[in-house]
Structure formats: C-alpha cells, structure tokens
Design a protein around this ligand. Structure first.
Ligand code: 3AM
Length: 179
C-alpha cells in the first residue's frame, strides 16, 4: 500500500524564494525546500493493482503548458490557530483548473475515490505548531500581496507520502510531462 497524492513540483527558483521566506517564528514549522509543491489531488492509501491503473490513467493526461503566478500569503485555521501557511496562485488560473479536472478524471477512471472537495489551489509553505494569529500577523501583512514569481508548469507528479514524526516525507513515483 502506498499513500499517494498528485501534485505540481515547483521550479527550483520558486522553491528557493519560498524557502527563503521563513520568518523563523516559534510554533511554526517551515516546509523543507525539496518538499514544496501544489497539491492537485490527495488520493490516500492505494494497493498495487490500483496504483498501476492510476499510473496508466495519469500517463494520458495532457494540457497545454502554462505559467502559474505565485502571489500573496494566507492561512488556514484549525481551532482558532493557524495550521497551514500558504502562498496563493492568483485568481482561478483556467489551465490549472483544467489540469485539476483531468487528474480527478484519471483518479476516477482508475477506480479510486477522488477527493471531491472544492479545489482551493495553494502551496503550503509552513505548518502551525501552536503559533497564534497575532504572532504571525506582521508576516502575513508584509506578504499579503507579494509577487513571488511565475512557475512554468510543464507537467505534474505522482507522489508517495510517508508519515513521520518530523513531518511527512514525499517521494516522486511518476513524472508526467505534457511538454
Ligand atoms: O498541499 P497541502 O499541504 O495543502 O495536507 C496534505 C497536503 O496538502 C493533504 O495532501 C497534501 C499532500 O500531503 N492531505 C493529507 N491527508 C489528507 C486527507 N486525508 C489530505 N488531503 C485530504 N484528505
């Protein structure tokens, strides 16, 4: 069994910029540079045969390559505390949403359950470990509208994720290039 998700790996230049944003605040874990990605679809535990079908279906997914703006920061909260610090991707990039739909179709065609919650594209850059909104506020205000550059999206990846005490470890299982 593999715990799988589909995501877009960011170009090295973007990862470097986002990694360098770390405000080094207590109660906030920054995501290691090599793990920065945009999740397209979280799939969960998948057994070998289904993973084979998924790989085949994902291998058929192609959309025109596109440029994705990385812009602004925000948080998702859990129990009144920031749990996820994210970087946004501007307003509803059509090619990104088309890619998301194609990936969801591939997951369904493989006989797996796609996460059907609304898609809110973001790149997780930090995880709250008890930090308060107030402590994070100056960082959020400073970067609310900052432009972090453009990611040239020419493909996506199937990742496996192993849960560990210091945070999940991701491994690229499949690279699908459409350009
Ligand atoms: O890209 P982000 O960080 O928003 O939170 C997990 C991460 O999202 C999410 O999948 C991404 C890659 O690990 N994730 C983990 N477990 C999940 C679940 N049970 C989940 N998403 C939905 N349902």
């Amino acid at each position: 069994m593999n715990r799988l998700f589909v995501g877009i790996e960011l170009p090295a230049s973007c990862k470097e910029v986002l990694s360098g944003l770390d405000p080094h605040l207590p109660g906030l874990r920054w995501i290691p540079e090599e793990q920065l990605h945009l999740t397209l679809s979280f799939i969960g535990e998948v057994e070998g045969l289904a993973e084979g079908r998924l790989r085949e279906a994902l291998g058929e997914v192609r959309v025109p390559a596109f440029f994705l703006p990385l812009r602004g920061v925000g948080v998702y909260n859990s129990r009144e505390r920031p749990s996820v610090v994210w970087v946004g991707v501007g307003k509803g990039h059509p090619n990104l949403f088309a890619l998301h739909r194609r990936v969801q179709d591939a997951v369904l065609h493989a006989g797996l359950e796609a996460d059907l919650k609304p898609f809110h594209p973001h790149v997780t850059i930090g995880r709250g470990r008890g930090i308060s909104r107030q402590t994070l506020q100056p960082f959020l205000r400073r970067n609310a509208e900052t432009e972090f550059g453009l990611a040239h999206v020419t493909g996506f990846q199937l990742y496996s994720s192993i849960l560990a005490a210091g945070g999940a470890k991701h491994r690229v299982e499949l690279r699908q290039q459409f350009e």
